[in-house]
Design a protein around this ligand. Structure first.
Ligand SMILES: Nc1ncnc2c1ncn2[C@@H]1O[C@H](COP(=O)(O)OP(=O)(O)OP(=O)(O)O)[C@@H](O)[C@H]1O
Length: 212
């Protein structure tokens, strides 16, 4: 399904958990998008597609509360998320283009750091992205795909209602993309929502698509 820039799409307002209402964004002098609305229920996945510069990363940053829209609002269960940014930040995980790793810490220590913030167990997160054999290596020596896997392993540590993923599979080999499938499915089965920007096919069956 393609959710256009039209009115509410994807879920009725009543069952929607995450909703964008009439979002517009200006960067520099340019309108990146305008009048963008969608509504997603529990367990939904929305894939953002479009050309370079179409505004996919920008929309993810707005949904994460890191960038204010020029107009419109991001709603969580009908409440404007800008009313309580700290509560919104706690319910989400945002994976940007950058892997945001601490290079001097080992793979396991990187995950332990985030487990100290969010809770959760390191071993299952390592296993989910096949990082157990690399657990004691400093993150700085990882290949780019291995770094991406470590960034993705953070998602497994502790539940969060909303995953915002910017090109999550960039640099991943086919086996790693396949491994991400069950991780995403488990999150959705627990009622979690995924919004992902990508140029590549993602293991997200039944995802809606929003072409920017
Ligand atoms: N800090 C900024 N200041 C001004 N303009 C910006 C800034 N960041 C992004 N832009 C502009 O906003 C537009 C949307 O950029 P964005 O990164 O959201 O696109 P994208 O769809 O994610 O692209 P890509 O597929 O290349 O990752 C682009 O025209 C970009 O030049």
């Amino acid at each position: 399904m393609t959710a256009g820039n039209g009115p509410w799409t994807g879920a009725g307002l009543a069952e929607s958990v995450l909703a964008a209402r009439d979002l517009s964004c200006i960067r520099g002098e340019r309108a990146v998008f305008a009048g963008l609305s969608f509504a997603l229920p529990e367990g939904a996945a929305l894939v953002l597609t479009g050309a370079n510069g179409a505004g996919k990363s920008t929309l993810l940053r707005i949904l994460a509360g890191l960038l204010r829209p020029a107009e419109g609002a991001v709603l969580w269960r009908g409440e404007d998320t800008s009313a309580d940014p700290a509560a919104h930040a706690r319910r989400l995980r945002y994976l940007s283009h950058q892997d945001a790793l601490k290079p001097a810490l080992t793979v396991a220590e990187n995950l332990s750091f985030f487990a100290s913030l969010w809770g959760g167990a390191v071993a299952p997160a390592l296993a989910a992205m096949a990082l157990t054999p690399l657990a004691d290596l400093p993150a700085r020596v990882l290949s780019s795909g291995q770094k991406r896997r470590l960034a993705l392993a953070r998602l497994v540590l502790a539940p969060a209602s909303l995953w915002l993923l910017d090109e999550p599979t960039t640099g991943l080999d086919a086996a790693s993309v396949e491994r991400l499938g069950p991780v995403l499915a488990a999150h959705r089965a627990a009622g979690g929502i995924v919004v992902a920007a990508t140029h590549l096919p993602l293991p997200l069956p039944d995802a809606r698509e929003l072409r920017l």
